[in-house]
Design a protein around this ligand. Sequence first.
Ligand code: SF4
Length: 359
Amino acid sequence: MKETHLSETNSSPGKMNLKKKRPLRVGFPRSLLYYKFHVLWTVFFETLGAEVVVSPLTNKEIKDISVKSAPDEDCFSTKLYFGHVMFLKDKVDYFFIPRFSSDHKTDISCPKFIGLAEVLRSMFPDLPPILMPYYSKAKDGHGNIRLIKIAFSLGFKFTKNPFRILYSFVKSFRKYKQYHDNLYISEEELKRWEKDEFVFNKEISPNNETPPFKIALVGHSYVLNDPYASLDIKKMLLADDIEIITSEQLPRSVIEHQMSKLDFNMYFRYEREILGTVMHFLENETVDGILQLIIFSCGPDSIGGEMASRFSRRMQNVPLLQITLDELTSEAGVRTRLEAFLDLIERRKKLKESELVCQ
Ligand code: SF4
C-alpha cells in the first residue's frame, strides 16, 4: 500500500465498520499550463503516492459550464479552465493550480496564470483546497532552491518521508526533460523535413511523386492539443493528407534566432514560440502555408497576431491564415475558410510550377 497521509471512507453498510483507506486525490484541470507541465506534475504527485485526477478533454458539457461560470471578459482559454475546474470539484481532495510566472530570467508567461488560483478561490469559496505554489524567475529571481522548497511544502501533505519527496522531485524533472527532448525536433531534423525527406504525421498517405502540402500550425499548446477548443483543425488538415508541423515542435534555437531579429524583447514566453515559428517559415519558405490559431481577447496573441500579419505583408511568398477562436466560433465557418485557404495554396503552387516550366 502507498505510504501517504490517507483519507478515509466508510466501508459498505452491513459489514464490520472497517474503514477503507485511499490515496489523496489531486485534481489537474486539463487546460492551460497542464499542456506544458503535465508530465512534471503527474510524475511528482504519483510518486508521492497521490492519485492524480485529470479532467477529460474539453467537450460540450465543459464548454457550457465554462461559459456560465467564468467572467465574461476572460479569454476563451481561461473560460475553458473554469469549466474543467467545475467538472472536477466534487471528485478531488485538492486542486493543483500553480501560480507560475516564469522560468526565464527576463521573459514571463501570461499574467492570467498567476491570478487564476486566487480568482477561483474568491469566486467559488467551496472548492477543495487549492495548492498554488508561486514561482517566478524573472520577477523574483527564483531558482532551484525555491523549487526544492515548493517540492517539500507540497510533498509533506502526502508523505512524512523527506527522501520520498526528494526522489519524486528528481524523478519528475528527469521525465519532464525527456518529454521535452522528444517533443522538440532538432535543427538537423527540421532541415531534413524541409527537404521533404520524411513526414511527421503517419496519418497521411503521401503520393510518392509529389510531396504533400505542408502547413505550419501555430498557436498555444493548450489550443493545438485541445480538439474541441481548436475545432479539430489538425484532424481536418490530416484528413486532407496535409503534413503539419506545429510551433510546439520547432527547435528552441530556431525560435531564439528569430526573436533576436526583433528590435525589442518579446517577453511573453509562449508567444515567442508562436511568432518565432511564423517568422521562420515566412523567411525560409519551406511550408506552403501558415495557419495561426488566435484566442479571442488574448493579450499576448493580440501582439503576436498583429506582428505576424505585418511580417506576412512584407514577405508574401507564404500565405498566412489567422483564425480567431472563441466559444461562438462555428466549425462550418472555419472549414469554409480553411478550404478557401487550401485552394489558394494549390493555385499558387500551380502558378509557380507553370512559371518554372516557362523559364
Ligand atoms: S496567453 Fe492568452 S490565451 Fe493564454 S491565458 Fe493568457 S490571455 Fe488567455
